[in-house]
Design a protein around this ligand. Structure first.
Ligand SMILES: [Zn+2]
Length: 632
């Protein structure tokens, strides 16, 4: 990226590596070349992880190229040395990305003749001769693409890129492997991701374009939330994968959403994301066609956190000559309970990730007072899933009310509960038009955010149907409304909501408290306190809702001729639809904003919210979207 001193790097030439490659046993070549490069570059410390991965990339690149060449020259070392192109690898010791200066094409070692003139200064004829080898068997489109690849980092659009080859490296790879654009793209067809540094920079620039901001030198902080989640049931196209583990039935999306821009000197909020729960600003970092599993979750967290740590402050120069230094603060809160469970290394999905309480502990007083692991506050509250979890908790209590027991033992009890469940489902359908707890074909159940919201907005009807205490439903509704409001919460008053916990334990001690309910009722206040922003802004809804759009865009806005094209188009449209500047120009259909009901407003800090420009009268207190089709 810009401003990186190219002088930090070490240069390794092809000829340094050819012999080791030839002599190494076949299966071991990549490793041998890797070690050779490591010995050639002059470092005294233990190589950083980043450096290691850079070297591994070079070693891979070299191996690919050699395998091809070796075949062509009939496995003759002499012929190979005569034919070999001069190619150098620049290995950066920095923690930053490789530089993309033109220096990768090191001046060839010409022993005779005039020194080579730089391309820009050469005559037209020389220029034509020099590009001849590039132009002979390539179409204008291919070359245009190559130009885009080379100059990509300066484009207004974030260019999708896969391995983190620098742009010049990518071109060098294309030219050197003697492959077409199609083949080059095939190499990268499995993963689609954008460079995080570039994404953050474009996002910040785009926001700065929207706001009216007095021009002066200043330091700005961008606060973002990020996260990831898997989804299933995507269309499967008749396209090949290079890795058989992948399937386009499953999509795993990593995304970030900018929340605030803050002037670090005056602490003034320059820009605020007014729809933190919508997909409007939800920017894709990466997507994979893989099924979500614990390893994938752990690796993704590690990978992105490393990238976040390596982000360098962005400097933007304005036309008037002022400069903005932009720092980034990213919070991993767009995730659901199961991801939090994996990342906190909690061995059971039933256990609380904060205090390790089991469902049995959660309904006793001793269980409530367990020491918390404050590290895990960082995962937030996943407010969307709170709606669904609280709703399902009360619903299941309703089913079991006739037998008053967590476990349903014996055929007689089973029949009672089953009949009660059928009655409750039928009454919800008839009275509130809700389809409750019905499996959706293939995945999840019909319990989504909307179902839960309607349940809590009609406490009397819900109580009549399920038999669950009306007061408890109302208390839960207030808690959920307060959490989702996206406003600063008056913690002193909110703490009194532990009444809800006591009421639950008093009424339904026989029903083990679900994990999420416990997390909110017991640790809610501390978790909310741990964040500088209102908890409702940190919700994971944006990511969940993005999947619906991914399905739509993938179907209608992408080419289907090759997987690479489909993926590239999908990444582009996702970037485009989340660009803050473009979003600000869009006529987004205004949602029906409901007034916060008074009970909810009581728990919000009026003064602080006024400072932030939030009008409590217009803000919605229910951000749970209908998009969610939740499955465990
Ligand atoms: Zn706990």
């Amino acid at each position: 990226m810009a401003g990186n001193d190219a002088g930090h790097g070490a240069i390794v030439r092809n000829r340094d590596l050819i012999d080791v490659w030839i002599e190494a046993p076949r299966g071991n070549r990549k490793q041998v070349v890797y070690e050779k490069i490591l010995s050639l570059i002059d470092i005294t410390d233990e190589p950083s992880k980043h450096l290691k991965s850079n070297i591994m990339k070079c070693s891979q690149l070299f191996g690919l190229k050699m395998a091809n060449k070796w075949q062509k020259v009939g496995q003759s070392r002499n012929r190979l040395l005569q034919n070999q192109t001069r190619f150098v690898y620049r290995i950066n010791n920095d923690s930053e990305e490789n530089t993309s200066s033109d220096e990768e094409q090191e001046p060839p070692c010409r022993s005779v003749g005039r020194p080579r003139v730089p391309f820009e200064e050469a005559s037209k004829k020389t220029k034509r001769r020099r590009v001849a080898e590039l132009t002979t068997d390539r179409s204008a489109n291919e070359l245009q693409f190559a130009v885009n690849v080379v100059s990509g980092s300066n484009h207004s659009e974030v260019s999708p890129q896969i391995f983190s080859f620098s742009t010049a490296e990518a071109l060098a790879l294309m030219v050197d492997l003697d492959i077409s654009v199609t083949k080059y793209l095939l190499l990268r067809s499995v993963i689609n991701e954008v460079d995080l540094q570039e994404l953050v920079q474009k996002t910040a620039e785009s926001i700065l374009e929207i706001i009216n901001f007095e021009e002066r030198d200043c330091r700005i902080k961008v606060i973002c939330k990020w996260g990831f989640d898997g989804s299933s049931r995507h269309s499967q196209y008749k396209q090949k994968f290079s890795d058989l583990e992948n399937t386009d039935e499953f999509l795993f999306l990593v995304a970030m959403t900018p929340l605030r821009l803050i002037d670090m000197e005056t602490n003034k909020v320059l820009w605020k994301n007014e729809s933190p729960s919508s997909t409007l600003y939800c920017r894709p970092i990466k997507f994979l066609f893989k099924k979500e599993n614990a390893d994938l979750v752990r690796n993704t967290e590690e990978e992105i956190i490393t990238k976040i740590e390596n982000l360098i402050p962005i400097e933007i120069k304005t036309k008037e000559g002022h400069s903005y230094i932009i720092e980034v603060d990213m919070m991993l809160t767009m995730l659901d309970g199961s991801v939090g469970n994996v990342l906190s290394e909690t061995n059971s999905t039933m256990k609380c990730i904060i205090c390790g309480a089991t469902p049995k502990d959660m309904i006793t007083l001793a269980g409530i007072n367990r020491p918390p692991n404050v590290d895990n506050y960082r995962f937030g509250l996943s407010t969307l899933h709170c709606w669904i979890r609280f709703f399902e908790c009360l619903l299941h209590i309703g089913y079991r009310l006739p037998i008053k027991s967590w476990q349903i033992r014996g055929p007689e009890n089973k029949a009672i509960v089953e009949a009660n469940k059928k009655r409750i489902q039928a009454e919800f359908r008839a009275n509130l038009s809700l389809i409750v707890d019905k499996p959706k074909p293939g995945y999840g159940s019909s319990n989504d955010g909307n179902t839960a919201r309607i349940f809590f907005h009609n406490p009397q009807t819900s109580s009549d149907i399920t038999g669950v205490d009306r007061e408890l439903i109302e208390k839960f509704a207030i808690i959920l409304g307060v959490l989702a409001s996206g406003c600063a919460i008056d913690m002193e008053k909110f703490a009194s909501l532990e009444e809800a916990r006591n009421l639950y334990i008093h009424l339904y001690k026989w029903y083990n408290m679900p994990n999420t309910v416990h997390k909110v009722l017991v640790h809610g206040c501390e978790i909310i306190d741990a964040f500088c922003l209102p908890i409702g802004e940190l919700s994971e809804d944006a990511l969940e809702a993005r999947y619906k759009e991914v399905r739509k865009h993938r179907l209608s806005d992408t080419r289907k001729c090759a997987r690479t094209d489909t993926n590239k188009d999908l990444m582009r449209v996702l970037l485009l639809t989340s660009d803050p500047f473009i979003t600000s120009k869009r006529k987004v259909s205004s949602k029906k904003y409901k007034k916060c009901n008074e009970a909810v407003q009581n728990y919000l800090k009026r003064q602080e919210n006024d400072d932030l420009g939030i009008d409590l009268g217009t803000i919605t207190n229910d951000t749970a979207p209908s998009k969610k089709s939740y499955s465990d």
